[in-house]
Ligand binder design. Sequence first.
Ligand SMILES: Cc1ncc(COP(=O)(O)O)c(C=O)c1O
Length: 435
Amino acid sequence: MDESKIYKTILELTERLILKRKSQEKFIPGVTRIGYAGRVYDQYEVMNAVRASLDFWLTEGPYARLLEANFRNYYKSKSFILVNSGSSANLLMVSSLISKNVKNSLKKGDEVITPATTFPTTLTPIIQCGLRPVFVDIEIDTLNINPNKIESAITKNTKALFIPHTLGNPCDMELIMKIVNKYNLFLLEDSCDALGGTYDGQLVGTFGGMASHSFYPAHQMTMGEGGGIIINSPQFVKIVRSLRDWGRDCWCEPGKNNTCRKRFDGSWGGDLPIGYDHKYVYSELGYNLKITDLQAAIGLAQFDKLPSFVEKRQKNFLQLYEGLKQFQEYVLLPRWSTKANPSWFGFPITLAKGLDRSKFTIFLESKGIETRMIFAGNILRQPGFTHIDKRISGSLKQTDSAMERSFFIGVYPGITNEMINYMIDQIGKFLRTKI
Ligand SMILES: Cc1ncc(COP(=O)(O)O)c(C=O)c1O
């Protein structure tokens, strides 16, 4: 068999194998687990992974370039930079704010406003970069930062706002942008849960100077591990890429040389000898947070399915919402802005006072329905965070309520109508015994 025939046969067999596996999947109520999230894929992702393996480029390469271009077009952003996780995306965004190469860069002790109900790696970069988090309460029914409490948290030291769109529910961007513009704050969006959602017709992730994505399997699309940064503010394009790539000054694509055309005769600042190889010039305090081309190849196949994934999440969410309305006396259902079209990550449920959340989640888990907390809850009550330098603005009453009474269940596209009906039935069974 010649080489091209072998290649074709490998791909054909891969396709057959995945189709065969998929045809055997079925839902058995009470036995099949209904995940809070999960990978949804078919033969195309696996065939792309096989293609990338056979190319054996390994490091970030042609597939990554294509995927970055797709996202740039999708967001009409200045740049889109792939990284190895959503956490890395958050770390790079905050690190870039303190880069000496940024105009009005943030300095040690400058304050960043953020909600106390959060994901750990939304907060940790603020601390790791020597900035001071200022915590504001959330709204219990959106689980997002309370926009009406932001302004009173602002002092002369406030320089930035870092807001997650919790579980895919867009924050009140109208009010937030008014505050950002009035006080000239730098806005970072953690859009890890919100890919594909809009506020007032504008894609979430395009409001701030930068925004992050995660491509961990729980998210709207996946490549196993992975993340990305939407860059809307041009001054950060080179800095973020440099921070991702060891802090190097050189901007050559992998495998390329001398893009700057003065690799061996440039003058690059610092105390470097003239003509020091540009490939080894470091203008940032960087990391290495790149992805592999294998991940990007899988991401490309997922990207094509993004609109259908988002739509199915929305359908599942609405089916759950309609089914659970009858229990509103016992559970607080989520609220979203009339201007928002959320790309839901999960379905949050907050129990009325007096109902026992642990009993409820243990019951649901025993019926095969996975549950999750609202990430870290009130993160200041987490063992790793009790000691951090911080300021709390006002009370964190709703944050504590979410930690004590809220959780979420899945809406991901692998959940079928039949599964949703089963989930509503089981939730009803538990609540009826309490009524
Ligand atoms: C809001 C939010 N930010 C950041 C992250 C971190 O993403 P990753 O798991 O890719 O590091 C997550 C992960 O689920 C998240 O939900």
